[in-house]
Design a protein around this ligand. Structure first.
Ligand code: VAH
Length: 342
């Protein structure tokens, strides 16, 4: 059967790279990207539609126009920005999801991908090798919205038979698109600044271990999950995905193996430290391995090499991204950058 894909929130860190992968897989003519504003660049043949996931009528027109067989809902406000605008984060993350779920039921759109996050775990969740099932008491509005979203997607699967699939992404590290207001953004900024300035000041303390993943692994995991036979999937909330766990000190040491003069420093008092402290240090992803044969490919050494090599050969790209970051950070205040998609 011909597949038609709509990606909502396609301009974000994950959405923009998923769009590339899905266009390669299904053909540009079968992938419609969408976000609240047009992307900075569109290639020949790329299809883009402006849409706000909070405008249900506009979403319905989009779905009726293209009759998608799959929807990827990546529009969301991440953890750090969410703490600055909690009501907006709840509205976007929850009502955006509800609009898509209800329209999918109404229009018979069977397959949906929706990202959750390790942010669904909280201070009383196990910190090491955090299991699929455990105490989950998130204390960020982003984590609360993602845990609530997991309950919703499992309910819509059970009640309406929607084939919704989800991954609890760790922090995602990529070079093509700047991250958008997350607590794990330091692990991307460090590479941009290491190349631009030879130094980086981390807003997370040196021993803050967090689960992370290189973008290529995250995109492949998403597509492999979506391609898996439905009957193999035993998790309909969201799958744990472990990635690789490291601290700012460890990633700095890995960077120094390639850039020996790189200087790392640490700033105290950033509000994102409390968010990071509430999250797991490492994740158990046995269900993803068992149900859809998940295997990670990029370790910390691979990720560091890929980031530095790609940023070196795409210098113009990250200089523009850094300038954009600085402009947006300046406009959004000293520490925060407002953004509304993954
Ligand atoms: C954030 N990058 O930092 C996101 C992610 C696990 C973290 O969900 O908010």
């Amino acid at each position: 059967m011909k597949e038609t894909i709509i990606i909502l929130g396609a301009n974000g860190q994950i959405g923009s790279e998923l769009a590339l992968a899905l266009r390669n897989k299904f053909g540009k003519e079968n992938v419609i990207t969408s976000d609240i504003r047009p992307p900075q660049q569109l290639e020949e043949g790329d299809i883009f539609e402006t849409a706000n996931v909070l405008d249900k009528n506009l979403l319905k027109e989009l779905f009726l126009k293209y009759k998608p067989t799959q929807i990827y809902l990546l529009a969301a406000m991440l953890s750090a920005t969410g703490e600055q605008y909690p009501q907006k984060a709840w509205d976007l993350n929850m009502n955006g999801l509800l609009n898509v779920l209800d329209l999918a039921v109404e229009l018979g759109i069977k397959k949906i991908f929706w990202p959750s996050s390790i942010a669904v775990f909280g201070p009383h969740s196990p910190k090491i090798d955090t299991p699929q099932y455990c105490v989950m008491d998130p204390n960020s509005i982003y984590g609360i919205s993602k845990l609530s979203g997991e309950r919703l997607v499992e309910y819509y699967h059970a009640k309406y038979g929607l084939d919704i699939r989800s991954i609890r992404y760790p922090g995602i590290i990529s070079w093509k698109t700047a991250p958008g207001g997350g607590t794990t953004d330091y692990a991307v900024h460090i590479f941009f600044e290491a190349l631009a300035k030879g130094a980086y000041t981390s807003f997370l303390s040196e021993n803050t271990a967090l689960p992370m993943m290189y973008m290529d692994d995250a995109v492949r995991a998403t597509i492999e999950l979506m391609d898996a036979p439905a009957e193999n999937l035993t998790i309909r909330s969201s799958y744990n995905l472990a990635g690789i766990s490291f601290t700012p000190t460890e990633i700095a040491q890995e960077i120094k193996k390639i850039l020996p003069n790189f200087d790392m420093s640490y700033a105290d008092g950033d509000p994102r430290q409390a968010i990071a402290d509430s999250w797991p240090k490492s994740i158990n992803d046995e269900y993803a391995q068992k149900d859809w044969n998940w295997k990670l490919e990029y370790n910390l050494e691979d990720l560091t090499r890929e980031m530095i090599e790609n940023l070196k050969t795409n210098k113009q790209q990250w200089v523009e991204l850094l300038n954009l970051e600085r402009k947006e950070n300046l406009s959004a205040g000293p520490k925060w950058r407002s953004n509304s998609h993954v």
